[in-house]
Design a protein around this ligand. Sequence first.
Ligand code: TXA
Ligand code: MG
Length: 331
Amino acid sequence: MTTRLSANEIERAAAILRSGGTVAFPTETVYGLGANCLDPTAVAKIFIAKGRPADNPLIVHVADVDMVSCVAEVIPSVAQQLMEHYWPGPLTLVLGKLASVSDEVTAGLATVAVRMPNHRVALELIREANLPLAAPSANLSGRPSATSWQSVLEDLDGRIDAVICDEQCQIGIESTVLDLSGSQPIILRHGAITLEDFHEAGFKDVAIWNSNVDIDSAMLNSPGLRHRHYQPQASVVVIDLNEHGTSKWYDDLRSNGNRIAWIGLQRQPDDLLLQTQVVFDSIEEYSANLYETFRKMDHASIEVIVCEAVPQVGLGRALMDRLQRASVPRL
Ligand code: TXA
Ligand code: MG
């Protein structure tokens, strides 16, 4: 049985973590599934609960900058500056790890990923447990991340010790992952802190990892890139309305007799006979509700979710990354 806890029961949640258990908790991005990052047996429970491949490392969640030294060997000055500027917030930094951090957490890499979430409940939990928490997104591996406690339970009820039932996550997509272990800061995963944000804040040498050029080394550096992600039961198709006329994609999909839903920024003509349309006012709103919408579409037995492509700038890069991964054909 998974215990449902309220946001006022932080002490109970912390006690479960201190005794080696697993607790799902809210953050500003997505719900995390936490365990004591210094206890390999506790960390192993995360992998079992999620069905997560052992070669995909976890992010260590801290409540302050001092806690980073429990897991990282050196904190370069650029890391200090980034922490001062963006923490607490949706930025994960990849740093050289201390030898004492177990391979369960880092999947055998020489680096460790750390972040300080910008969420009262998450921070209180880490402080109360007085432990850095290893925490991936609280979903079954491969599924859309959970941004509500109901979605956590949909995937993990009975598989984890407890969940803290709080509000839906505000940002709705996972943190930006920035690799600081090389000579130049490289964005490994796009998130709400964008390339443009870094540049405007004076972190001018931040660059994007280029998947086309160096796929092998990137796979090595960020094993998370190699696994399937964010996929609902329905097939996801991404359509750029500037390239494809509405009727073109519709006719192609409809001829297979599919139950089709549309999600995007622009409403589609009513005569398309879509099962449902979900139209958002902004890229922020689209991102914040993407995973919950995917799950709702599955509940409604939708077979194809057609998602409107957005321009690949700012937060649009992160949203497009998730849409494209969700749309990868299953092997
Ligand atoms: O917003 C978030 O980051 C959420 C919340 C719960 O904090 N967490 C999250 O964790 O998205 P997860 O496990 O779903 O994704 C972690 C990502 C993966 O792509 C993983 O490969 C990468 O971070 N990662 C972890 N440790 C790494 C390391 N040492 N080097 C490179 N990438 C790493
Ligand atoms: Mg995840």
